[in-house]
Design a protein around this ligand. Structure first.
Ligand SMILES: [Zn+2]
Length: 103
């Protein structure tokens, strides 16, 4: 099963909420879902994603200040899987230039 929440960070692999969370009865407070989806199963987790997508995205951009993008799966009606992409609210980030530009 694929990830239903994905946090894209510039310096690490994407962080995900996936079946190891929503199909897992044990608490996972460190999951990117904040434990919201733990153990409730795929269907309910996606329903919760749809309902709380804005709150989830806002919370993740607070928790992961360098995150660039958050993808949240909001419907899963075969064969369609709709994902909402939220982008960092901080707008354009400075780019590291190689070599540094002459000033
Ligand atoms: Zn989770």
């Amino acid at each position: 099963m694929p990830a239903i929440i994905t946090v894209f960070n510039p310096a690490t692999d994407p962080l995900t909420c996936r079946e190891t969370c929503y199909d897992n009865p044990r608490p996972r407070p460190h999951c990117v879902c904040g434990g919201r989806n733990t153990g409730i199963g795929l269907d309910k987790a996606i329903q919760s994603n749809q309902k709380y997508q804005k709150e989830i995205a806002e919370d993740l951009f607070k928790r992961f200040v360098y995150a660039l993008r958050v993808d949240i799966v909001v419907t899963d009606t075969e064969p369609l899987r709709n994902t909402m992409s939220y982008f960092s609210p901080k707008g354009l980030r400075p780019k590291l230039c190689h070599p540094a530009p002459d000033l």
